[in-house]
Design a protein around this ligand. Structure first.
Ligand code: KG4
Length: 346
């Protein structure tokens, strides 16, 4: 089964063709990082306008690079949530139009699931192993620029959000702290680079909501703590201080994610943790999770952590096999269908 994936949730216009849920025939990503860099973060209107320009060339390139004709495509998968409304609209309307013209069924994909699915892309054996129901439930920790969520998954298509951020996402906090210190956008990789040169014990930044007795996150207070610290230290920070703030901030984020994820592992007795989303590319997060988690932890390759369309095209395979398609009149931003065929909103 061959699925065309489309992704325009935030600042990447992407399309991919994936066979049988794992073999990536093509994956094209047009990133808008340079467009948003001048603002230090994603501007929704700018993002949507660029998606409109890029979407058709990106989809055509993905189909051409896959070496398939459109009539060999069995279904079209599109990310419908989470993301920015006007950005998502470009992908959803493109998918609907292609579905209408080529008579192909649609699968609405929730990116919380597809970011986790990225660990099985290109990995036929691992995908076969994980199909065994005894290896579930799993816990997904999805940490991106727009969202931070803990998801308990009983199987493909059968998942529930058990914790999420109440304000800023982890990636957003990286971006804002980087902007504050003039490190550029995207902030995550920049902070990680500086953190390698600094000492993470220098500043004791708060671990937000660590004792809240639930699985929710809040990163805006942590960002504010960094703002106050920079003011207290004087606006002209030395390179050494920037490195130490970066390392201490990164330590606080990783520690918070680890504590909440560990609590969820215990509460739901999951058999493994899958970490996905842009922040999952962070080396310190990977190191700490691999050494401290009591159950196996899986990370996608760094290249598949940030938004791409291959993850959605792979994830849609299970739905398409089970004929869980979304009608032209049902497909819309923030809606997806669960494996029972029920429309869900997020
Ligand atoms: O998954 P993604 O592409 O989602 C959105 O666009 O929302 O993730 C992008 C986010 C950005 O906030 C970026 O700063 C963060 O992922 N990121 C990182 C790293 N690489 C990307 N955060 C921490 N460390 C990294 N190495």
């Amino acid at each position: 089964m061959i699925i065309l994936g489309i992704e325009t949730a935030v600042d990447e216009t992407a399309a991919a063709v994936v066979e049988n849920g794992w073999r990536v025939l093509s994956s094209v990503v047009s990133t808008q990082v340079d467009l948003h860099a001048q603002f230090g973060g994603v501007v929704p209107e700018v993002a949507a306008r660029d998606h409109v320009k890029q979407i058709i060339p990106v989809v055509s390139t993905a189909i051409r690079e896959a070496g398939v004709l459109f009539n060999r495509i069995d279904a079209i998968a599109v990310s419908t949530t989470p993301g920015l409304l006007i950005a998502l609209l470009v992908g959803t309307e493109t998918a609907k139009t292609l579905s209408y013209i080529h008579l192909k069924p649609l699968v609405a994909v929730n990116d919380l699931e597809s970011h986790a699915y990225a660990v099985w892309l290109g990995e036929q054996e691992k995908l076969e192993d994980i199909k065994d129901k005894n290896t579930w439930p799993l816990l997904y920790l999805i940490v991106s620029g727009g969202t931070t969520a803990l998801v308990k998954a009983d199987y493909f298509g059968d998942f529930e959000i058990v914790g999420q951020t109440r304000d800023d996402a982890a990636g957003e906090a990286f971006d804002k702290v980087a902007k504050l210190m003039g490190l550029g956008y995207p902030g995550g990789p920049a902070i990680e680079r500086q953190a390698r040169l600094g000492d993470g014990q220098t500043f004791n930044f708060p671990r937000p909501m660590i004792d809240s007795n639930d699985l929710d996150f809040s990163f805006s207070g942590l960002k504010t703590a960094v703002v106050y610290k920079t003011k207290e230290l004087n606006e002209n920070l030395s390179q050494e201080t920037v490195n130490d703030i970066s390392a201490s901030f990164q330590e606080a984020v990783v520690d918070t994610l680890l504590t909440k994820t560990t609590a969820a592992v215990e509460e739901y007795r999951v058999k493994g943790v899958v970490v996905g989303g842009g922040v999952a590319a962070n080396g310190r997060l990977r190191e700490v999770f691999q050494s401290k988690m009591t159950v196996p932890v899986y990370f996608p390759p760094k290249s598949l952590c940030t938004d791409n369309a291959a993850m959605g095209a792979g994830c849609a395979y299970y739905y398409a096999q089970n004929k869980i398609f979304t009608g032209l009149d049902e497909l819309a931003p923030f809606c997806y269908k669960n494996i029972k065929g029920e429309i869900c909103k997020y």
